[in-house]
Design a protein around this ligand. Structure first.
Ligand SMILES: *Cc1c(COP(=O)(O)O)cnc(C)c1O
Length: 404
């Protein structure tokens, strides 16, 4: 094979984003202002939700939602072990207790495991749409209804995904099921990027209002309007809030990324289908999972190694890909394996055997719209070449019929 370099990710930034940032710089208004208002409006329209608040990360979006929902000390929040640390860190920042449910074969949170962990202290479920594949939200909403729980969706991977015909974050208007909040990430590697950034959406007006106040120091805009006779310098701080606002410089990028999102998503789906096709007949791998009733956002192509059929482990597989010029990543090191979580493993819960068994088999291949079809073919070729060179030798039955 001729060596090619395919990085794990490269963002798709066009002239439109560059021009908008330049205009923003020249406009004299750099922080949260008209472009952020426009980005929020267009994001609301894209999802079909009444409220969207732009923030400086998905981590901020999740923390803001938990805080505004008064989830704090004494409360338990059930989430998944197969996620980025931020999903769990924010629960701890809020002063609440994270409880880990196990995952299904597709890597998403297992609703039955969630059900088995609900106690009188449980306040919320925080599902993560891993790789952009929607969680079985009907099962989550049904649990939430039955046990009066809040639902906060971590949609960091899932902008552009659909659950049963509706955009992720929009709930299911047909059945009247809604999560309380949905948090999106616009981090550099995500499907829509502003470099760093995020968005939190909600159908609840009360929650939208509280998040808006908490997002910017706890300053009330109402007080601003009410006492405008005092001059436009006047404001009141109602609660000690956070500093989570998104700047116009970042929103300038987001406005154009959002307009390209449908095209990005289509390209991702096409490349994922090509990986599936090229790797379908390799028994050394299981393909990245998909679901018929959803639109996958294909943030990640998470290949699963059949370690029983290979003579190498995942680390060796990754370095052999690197030797062939292919960048990869692993999503994710399960939460229970991180030192910060060690104290939480002592209470008997947070045992997640399925997630821990899946983890050593996971390798995320390059999947981004700025790569070419030839790149996808090259990566799949490299993957298959490694499999050919490292597959376990077949052991045939020897006399006596014993199979070794
Ligand atoms: C990236 C990511 C986050 C955090 O997003 P930021 O915008 O970087 O704060 C949260 N959850 C998951 C699953 C992620 O992948």
């Amino acid at each position: 094979m001729n060596l090619r370099h395919v990085p794990f990710h490269r963002p798709s930034i066009g002239q439109e984003e560059i021009d908008e940032v330049t205009s923003t710089l020249k406009s004299g208004w750099l922080t949260t202002g008209p472009r952020t208002a426009q980005f929020e409006r267009e994001f609301r329209e894209y999802l079909g939700v009444p409220n969207a608040l732009a923030v400086n990360s998905c981590t901020a979006a999740l923390h803001l939602a938990l805080s505004a929902l008064h989830i704090g000390p004494g409360a338990e929040v059930i989430t998944t072990p197969l996620t980025f640390c931020a999903s769990v860190n924010v629960i701890l920042h809020a002063g609440a207790t994270p409880v880990l449910a196990d995952v299904l074969a597709d890597g998403n949170i297992d609703p039955e495991s969630v059900a088995s962990l609900i106690t009188e202290r449980t306040r919320a479920i925080l599902p993560v749409h891993l790789a952009g594949l929607p969680v079985d939200m009907n099962a989550i909403w049904s649990l939430a209804r039955r046990h009066r729980l809040l639902v906060i969706e971590d949609c960091a991977h899932a902008v552009g995904a659909h659950y049963r015909g509706w955009p992720i974050g929009a709930g299911n208007p047909a059945s009247g099921d809604y999560s309380d909040a949905a948090a999106f990430s616009f981090y550099a590697t995500k499907n829509l990027t502003t470099g760093e950034g995020g968005m939190v959406t909600t159908h609840r007006e009360d929650l939208a209002e509280r998040m808006k106040i908490l997002c910017l120091h706890g300053i009330s805009k109402d007080a601003w309007n009410r006492y405008s006779d005092k001059g436009n310098w006047y404001y009141e701080v109602l609660v000690p809030g956070f500093k989570y606002n998104l700047s116009d410089l970042q929103s300038a990028i987001g406005i154009h990324q959002l307009r390209k999102l449908e095209a990005f998503t289509e390209t991702r789906a096409r490349y994922a289908a090509l990986y599936n096709q090229l790797l379908a007949n390799s028994p050394e791998f299981e393909l990245a999972p998909d679901k018929a009733d959803c639109r996958h956002a294909w943030h990640l192509y998470m290949l699963r190694l059949r370690l029983d059929k290979l003579d190498i482990n995942r680390a060796e597989f990754i370095s052999l890909l690197r030797e062939r010029g292919v960048g990869t990543s692993v999503h994710f090191i399960p939460i229970p394996l991180h030192p910060f979580f060690a104290p939480h493993l002592q209470d008997g819960r947070n045992q997640t055997p399925a997630a821990l068994a899946l983890y050593p088999r996971l390798v995320s291949l390059p999947l981004f719209p700025a790569m070419s079809e030839e790149d996808v073919v090259y990566v799949a070729g490299a993957v298959k070449e490694i499999a050919r060179e490292t597959r376990k030798a077949k052991v045939f039955a020897v006399s006596g019929g014993q199979l070794k």
